[in-house]
Design a protein around this ligand. Structure first.
Ligand SMILES: *Cc1c(COP(=O)(O)O)cnc(C)c1O
Length: 370
């Protein structure tokens, strides 16, 4: 039934679970001697936590990270016998749920550690902030924990602020501070690397790596070729094709002025689908920073987005295709194999992570390669 709906849907996503597994295995290989976990927070970066988590477990993942307890409980219903770490840690009153569902809080502060102590020491991971100033105990606080009667954490971890910029000096300084943090807890597994950190080489791998975006096919490192396989293809349908004359304007705010006689395809995707307004066509003032807007792809040709993205609809200039080649009902690829996810993100002044996690509810999702 899903396939029938899929073949006529206005908005559809094809999610390739075999590419996903290949990407995770690639991360595992690059992680060398370290074990490799899987980060499946935010509904597996928008791709659907149930099929994604099952696929990654079948590829060999045994450790999973999610953001919140609620995500952890959902994941526990999907995978009974994996370790599930909760990046937000826990709130007072959550102890029983953590125990009941076998969730491991990542302790980010002295206050959170106190909750774990009061609960008679639940198994926990300890996050030490090494320079991002977002979450985690300071090194000084970590030293006090190490000197106390607290049982060892299962994992001692930190997070890179500039992993996507391999030459950034903060990487070396976080690495050196993390070595000190890890040395305080010799019985814990040490974990520093997200996807970008995995690409940074052995020094960053320690005992457990935590890739997310690379597994989903996104770019982890700036200004480098992306070696990962695309996992998700997003498509929308052309409702109508219209002809407009040079000098006419199109979309809200008369935001595009046509330089030539133009055939415009009106397509069923808008900002309500996570196709952000900031990817609007070249020259549109909602997006000051990026030089050109997004492109779509159909019948072997890249076609530029025209004018402002609206809630449900986008316009593409299909004049470069033969008139007979394009018809109402055709699907246009928004990103996937021909248009890189991260190219659309760049057009909108954002990152692939944000495009994936804002994919709207209107997409019919179809999983292949499972
Ligand atoms: C989201 C997250 C990751 C995964 O990061 P990617 O850049 O997607 O690989 C790893 N560790 C922590 C603490 C995170 O919050």
């Amino acid at each position: 039934m899903q396939t029938d709906l899929f073949s006529t849907a206005s908005n559809r996503l094809t999610i390739d679970l075999s590419a996903l597994k290949d990407n995770w295995l690639r991360m595992r290989q690059l992680s060398g001697k370290a074990r490799t976990s899987a980060v499946v927070k935010a509904n597996a970066y928008g791709l659907g936590v149930e099929p994604v988590a099952r696929a990654l477990a079948s590829a060999g993942a045994r450790d999973f990270f999610v953001a919140s307890m609620e995500e952890g409980i959902e994941l526990r219903g999907i995978l009974a016998d994996v370790r599930i770490y909760i990046l937000a840690g826990l709130w007072p009153g959550h102890e029983k749920a953590f125990q009941q569902h076998g969730l491991i809080p990542v302790i980010n502060s002295v206050e959170q550690l106190e909750v774990v102590r009061q609960a008679g020491w639940l198994p926990y991971a300890l996050h030490v902030d090494t320079g991002m100033n977002r979450l985690g105990l300071s090194l000084q606080e970590a030293r006090q924990v190490a000197a106390s009667d607290a049982p060892s954490p299962l994992v001692v971890m930190s997070h890179l602020a500039c992993g996507d910029e391999p030459g950034h000096p903060l990487n070396a300084s976080q690495l050196s501070r993390f070595r000190q943090a890890a040395a305080l807890f010799p019985d814990a597994e040490a974990s520093l690397a997200n996807s970008a950190g995995v690409f940074q080489g052995d020094d960053f791998h320690f005992d457990l790596t935590r890739p997310g975006i690379a597994v989903y096919g996104g770019e982890a490192v700036n200004d480098a070729a992306n070696p990962m396989k695309p996992v998700v293809k997003a498509e929308a349908r052309i409702i109508q094709i219209r002809s407009a004359l040079a000098g006419d304007t199109a979309s809200y705010g008369a935001s595009a002025t046509l330089a030539r006689d133009t055939r415009i395809a009106t397509v069923t995707v808008g900002y309500a689908d996570g196709y952000h307004r900031s990817v609007s066509g070249a020259g549109v003032t909602v997006r000051q920073a990026a030089p050109s807007g997004a492109f779509g792809f159909l019948h072997g040709t890249r076609v530029p987005h025209l004018g402002r993205v609206t809630m449900d609809l986008s316009l593409f200039d299909v004049s470069d295709l033969p008139e007979t080649a394009v018809t109402a009902g055709d699907y246009i690829e928004l990103f996937g194999n021909a248009i890189a996810l991260d190219d659309v993100a760049r057009a909108g002044g954002t990152i692939g992570y944000e495009l994936l996690t804002s994919l709207g509810k209107r997409y019919v999702r179809h999983y292949i390669g499972g």
